[in-house]
Design a protein around this ligand. Structure first.
Ligand code: HEM
Length: 418
């Protein structure tokens, strides 16, 4: 895998530019010199506008009439047929978007998630206690991956024995440009056979089959779980047709796992780099702001795309109807106009100002309260048990300009004396 040195001029349309971590110098320069930047695509795509400042991202995200999600939300161009075959409610605008969101909101609201705290704590205690028994361990595999996977399994109601498989397929969807996650890399080989599948990925076919087995009763899931409730409420396909359900199923499996995993992995990495953070956590009541600070720092979904529905001026640039407009949340979250010392970790930073969850738009993350709760609970469990983490190796990163994640994080935990 090629790793490029970030000299401030990397091509952000190229996944290789992210294989050594986010090219923050490049984003820093863009925010300063050309915040609404026309970005040609190195693989022959038609190019897109890159919004890199917090204020522009918020403005565009808040105006879905001008910046629509209904022609695709990833940089890849889709034909109308591909779009219709693959879309979920995330790829629609209001009013269409509302029906599904209304169906799902109650289960993911702040209040509903508060009811999961005891369950999350039990899981977190178990996971951490198992990991820290080991002399050294991979923080991603042993901790960061486990909590979101087990939690989502419980909430949605999947059989425990299927979780690893489901998560590996979700990884293959989201990591469709990284050879550690997917065998078929969308930017390297012809993927036209999968063009009607989520993320243009063969893993989509397998997840469709699993979803179909649930729908026709061959695969038993927890009848009190959220997924069964959604199926029951959608009996007559009023909200989602069968294809829509399968796409939504893939979205939940993928979006609910990797994002939280990579936020936790980033937290572990930062705690290992600066042991005083664990001490600060123990001394102050910073759990909420600390969870948000780690999520801001991680910004695991680095961008989502919109399409301009009319000619519009933004940041002095003339955007034309039909142009692709990419909201680089990862850059907005380091905007020096909004965050003091944006590259520092400040556990008491005002929570909620970042845009890692797509704040300010109607698509703001459905799972944000769950993700925050998982981070918060896990931080408490870690601070309680671990004096400091020793970083045994620098982490490796996903090759993707969409998802930013620590793939591997060799650690040793030095425990607090009883
Ligand atoms: C730290 C963890 C997470 C991050 C950073 C994150 C990030 C995001 C972002 C940026 C969006 C906005 C997409 C857009 O503007 O088009 C989004 C939407 C969404 N997220 Fe998350 N997410 C996280 C966790 C989760 C979890 C745990 C779940 C599910 C349990 C989830 C499910 C979704 C869904 C279904 C949407 C689409 C919402 C809509 O279109 O109305 N996410 N997420």
């Amino acid at each position: 895998m090629t790793t490029m040195i970030d000299d401030g001029n990397l091509d952000i349309s190229n996944h290789d530019s992210f294989a050594g971590g986010v090219p923050h110098k490049t984003f820093e320069r863009l925010r300063r010199e050309d915040p609404v930047h026309w970005t040609p695509e190195h693989d022959g795509g038609r190019g897109f506008w890159s919004l890199t400042r917090h204020a522009d991202i918020l403005a565009a995200n808040g105006d879905n009439q001008t910046f629509s999600s209904a022609q695709g939300i990833r940089i890849e161009d889709q034909t109308r047929e591909e779009y219709l075959a693959r879309r979920t409610f995330q790829e629609t605008d209001p009013p269409e978007h509302r029906a599904t969101r209304k169906l799902l909101n109650p289960a993911f609201s702040k209040g509903a998630v508060a009811g999961y705290e005891a369950m999350i704590t039990d899981l977190a205690v178990n996971i951490v206690d198992e990991a820290i028994k080991l002399d050294s361990f991979d923080g991603v595999a042993e901790i960061a991956k486990q909590l979101p996977m087990l939690m989502l399994g419980r909430i949605l109601g999947f059989p425990r024995e299927d979780l690893d498989w489901l998560v590996s397929k979700g990884d293959a969807l989201i990591g469709n440009t990284d050879p550690d996650f997917a065998q078929v890399l969308v930017d390297k080989v012809d993927t036209s056979a999968y063009r009607f599948m989520p993320f243009r990925s063969p893993a989509g076919v397998e997840l469709y089959d699993y979803a179909e087995a649930i729908l026709n009763g061959e695969k038993k899931i927890d009848e009190n779980g959220l997924l069964q409730r959604i199926i029951d409420q959608n009996q007559n396909h009023e909200v989602m047709d069968e294809r829509g359900f399968k796409n939504f199923f893939c979205l939940l499996v993928a979006a609910g796992n990797d994002t939280t995993r990579y936020s936790i992995a980033m937290a572990l990495y930062l705690l290992a780099k600066d042991p005083s953070l664990l001490q600060q956590l123990r001394e102050g009541d910073l759990w909420d702001s600390a969870a948000d600070e780690f999520i801001r720092y991680a910004s695991p979904t680095m961008h989502f795309r919109r399409t301009a529905t009319c000619d519009v001026e933004l940041g002095g640039k003339q955007i034309k109807a039909g142009d692709k407009v990419v909201l680089w949340f990862v850059s907005g979250n380091r905007d020096e106009e909004v965050f003091d010392d944006p590259f520092d970790v400040k556990l008491d930073r005002q929570a909620g100002r970042h845009v890692a969850f797509g704040q300010g738009g109607v698509h703001v993350c459905l799972g944000m309260w769950l993700a925050r709760m998982e981070l918060r609970v896990l931080l408490k469990v870690l601070a309680d048990r671990v004096e400091r983490f020793e970083l045994l190796e620098e982490p490796s990163w996903t090759r993707s300009n969409f998802i930013c994640g620590v793939k591997k994080l060799p650690l040793r935990a030095h425990l607090r004396s009883a």
